[in-house]
Design a protein around this ligand. Structure first.
Ligand code: SF4
Length: 244
């Protein structure tokens, strides 16, 4: 896929968006389009070689359980969500079954997860809407997904991409940081990064790009002290603060 000129580094270029609160100049190298497309392809090629079949770390068995797990994962770790959803999904893994469970019992299952009160309310309301409007199934449509309680653009993108392979990228804190540090799609907001990534990432990598970037950000290109010495794309990274 043709790569558009790297987002005009006006504004975004002057600020290092890869470090929270950072204000370092971004690498000044202005790379021509072909070179840049090759660099982005090389980044994803290496991430793919290291992990050919990346998976979400959330446990799920179908679109509905993925949707619920992602809603529960806001501002919580995947590990904590998995601990709660194991017993929950064993007891109820459909919208109708969760409605039958009732909010109080649902709250008991998820009470170890941050913000569990509002999340339990959202999951109950979400289940009711899925039953009322979609016959208990998860719609393959961004607007319909975003109309569900607790479901924003990022959650909708995770479901669309993970379940159906739609060419969309969910931008969480890890994807945002990695995209800016590697200058794949520099941007000041998650939406700007998302739209930039969807243009920059070659089609062959779109299906798994989200997972590669999350895992890279979670385990290597971490926020405070990135492990640049162990980074498989270090030589392709223009971030001025990367370590040797
Ligand atoms: S070299 Fe460092 S800053 Fe650049 S992508 Fe790798 S871990 Fe992140």
């Amino acid at each position: 896929m043709a790569r558009k000129k790297p987002p005009s580094r006006d504004g975004a270029a002057a600020v290092d968006l890869g470090a929270p609160g950072g204000t370092h100049p971004v690498a000044a190298s202005v790379i021509d389009d072909a070179h840049e497309a090759g660099r982005v392809a090389a980044i994803f090629g290496r991430l793919r070689s290291a992990n050919p079949k990346p998976e979400t770390e959330l446990n799920y068995s179908d679109p509905f359980t993925l949707l619920v797990a992602v809603v529960l994962s806001a501002q919580a770790t995947d590990v904590s969500v998995n601990k709660a959803t194991g017993p929950l999904f064993a007891a109820a893994d459909t919208p109708a079954a969760i409605l039958q469970l009732g909010e109080e019992r649902l709250r008991d299952f998820v009470k170890t997860i941050g913000l569990y009160n509002s999340k339990a309310k959202n999951v109950m309301a979400l289940c009711a809407l899925l039953v009322e409007r979609h016959g208990g199934t998860v719609p393959r449509d961004r607007a319909l997904l975003e109309a569900l309680p607790g479901v924003g653009r990022k959650t909708a993108n995770v479901v669309l991409n993970t379940v159906w392979g739609e060419p969309v990228v969910a931008v969480d804190t890890h994807v945002f940081r990695v995209s800016n540090r590697l200058a794949i799609a520099p941007g000041a907001t998650p939406l700007a990064v998302e739209l930039g990534l969807e243009k920059a990432i070659p089609a062959e990598f779109m299906r798994d790009a989200h997972h590669w970037m999350i895992l890279h950000g979670r385990y290597v290109c971490v926020a405070r002290k990135p492990l640049c010495g162990a980074c498989p794309v270090s030589d392709l990274c223009p971030w001025p603060d990367k370590s040797a």
